[in-house]
Design a protein around this ligand. Structure first.
Ligand SMILES: [Zn+2]
Length: 67
């Protein structure tokens, strides 16, 4: 997710201590997911905007779930 200390900018005046200047912090998140009928093992589901936060406050990427 986006670092809340620096708002994703990676720095306040010096590089942000919380995210070391990356603008992102690692955090566990639980989401629920509907798996469509007929999905085989090994196929991938794409979950829009549930991936890693973008650098420097950019939009999040997509999450890929391997069944
Ligand atoms: Zn930060």
């Amino acid at each position: 997710m986006t670092c809340s200390s620096c708002g994703g900018m990676g720095e306040i005046s010096t590089p942000c201590n919380t995210c070391s200047g990356d603008g992102r912090v690692r955090k566990t998140k639980r989401i629920s997911l509907k798996v469509p009928a007929g999905v085989d093992s090994g196929s991938r589901l794409r979950v829009w905007s549930e991936g890693n936060a973008g650098r420097r406050g950019g939009p999040p990427g997509d999450l890929f779930v391997v069944i």
